[in-house]
Design a protein around this ligand. Sequence first.
Ligand SMILES: C[S@@+](CC[C@H](N)C(=O)[O-])C[C@H]1O[C@@H](n2cnc3c(N)ncnc32)[C@H](O)[C@@H]1O
Length: 475
Amino acid sequence: MHHKGEQIEVTIADAGDDDKCFAKLEDGMSVFVQGRVAVGDRVSAEVYKVKKNYLEAKLREVLSPSASRVEPPCQHFGVCGGCKWQHVDYAAQLEQKRKHVQDALRHIGGFKEIIVEPAIAALSPYHYRNKVDFSFSNRRYLSPDEMNIDASLLKPLDFALGFHAPQRYDKAIDIDECHIATSEMNKVLETVKAFSQAKKLSVYSTDTDSGMLRNLVVRQSVHTDDLMVNLVTSPPHDAPLMNELLARLNDALGERLTTFVNGLSSRKNTVAFSESEAVMKGDGTITERLGAYRFSISANSFFQTNTLQAERLYEKTLELARLEKSDVVYDLYCGTGSISVFISAHCAKVFGIEMVESSIRDAHANALRNGITNCRFKMLDLKDFGKMESELKEFGLPDVVITDPPRAGMHPDAVQTLLKLAPKRIVYVSCNPASLARDGKSFCDGDNYRLTEVHPVDMFPHTNHIESVAVFERL
Ligand SMILES: C[S@@+](CC[C@H](N)C(=O)[O-])C[C@H]1O[C@@H](n2cnc3c(N)ncnc32)[C@H](O)[C@@H]1O
């Protein structure tokens, strides 16, 4: 009989969904081991939960490290929840992600035959983000190591600018350097931190619903020279103070800073969303390119955060859609219309559907900006897709449907409407292998469609997230 507190030794067999990895004891009992482990590690661990079919245990010691282990470059690794896989060699990460997609399709979708292709690797597995969103907090999160240090030797406890610790929205880890951000973003972080502390500026707290500093969002284009700093504060806008900060940022970054925005938020939360913006330099937007197309991104706009991999994701989507010039294409969950715009030259017309009003506005603007006239966009919650029948008939029924739903996947009513429309091909872009497997099963039940290809694309190296593009052909 297994029991709480039991010491076990196991070899890690598989990566899990979060930071728990999977292993099996000699008696066949499954164990989820929590901690910085890698597939292939031999570890000792202590059981803290006993269930009928599995145990949960905490890592105590790595007895024999896996060959796939590498030294993580980040000083915040193990505390910051952002890059949980930095200690695993990048090639091994890619294979774990590919296997994760394969396993979900087999176990949830029942796709026993499908062979998931190797994951498309990021060109640069570090410094890849075009946006980082740092949070201020008046309660600095202490790592387990810091807990044992005399508080007077530590950085201040009542100020942090960095990332929230996992599941700790009241506290933030003070970040000195983020390795998936660019060097300019880290320079902005350092400058804003020094300025805020020197000026003793107050930090917003949801406990008291007071304080000034909320978020620091930095966006940097990969294909143009644009760089935006958006300091989100509580109102009112303090123009002299913001101009002083702008001068410091200009000193630190020289000509690199193209726009500086003071976003104002009075919401009782820590989300980096501003109700209004005071633009202190430039025009409050940056321009980014995806392939031949240019997109204007403002302080609150949604945009894919890894530009180079977004291009590869869209290129793969376009390739797998195998469009003909006469094809009518629907782009479901189109966001700001970036897929619609990207594929528009390869088909007759595109109908993009999305439920967020500001995204639809951006989609119209993006099409216009690129001189595209064959895209229509509509704001709609796709659970009501079935109610659009007459508008869809008037536009033209789809030859190909591209669908890119959020993590939860497609609403069952949207799936049923899609099946009724019976396009010759469905290209499913997924950020969650489990919902891809579930929705894919609905497409293929009843022998309507066949899953023919699945290509994972790694948009977020060092995390457990994986994007995939899957093709379903009508039978
Ligand atoms: C994964 S994003 C895809 C964005 C876009 N295709 C891109 O590549 O930038 C999913 C989109 O679905 C939208 N969305 C979520 N639930 C929806 C629903 N029920 N109906 C319509 N759109 C929805 C979100 O607002 C978001 O823009």
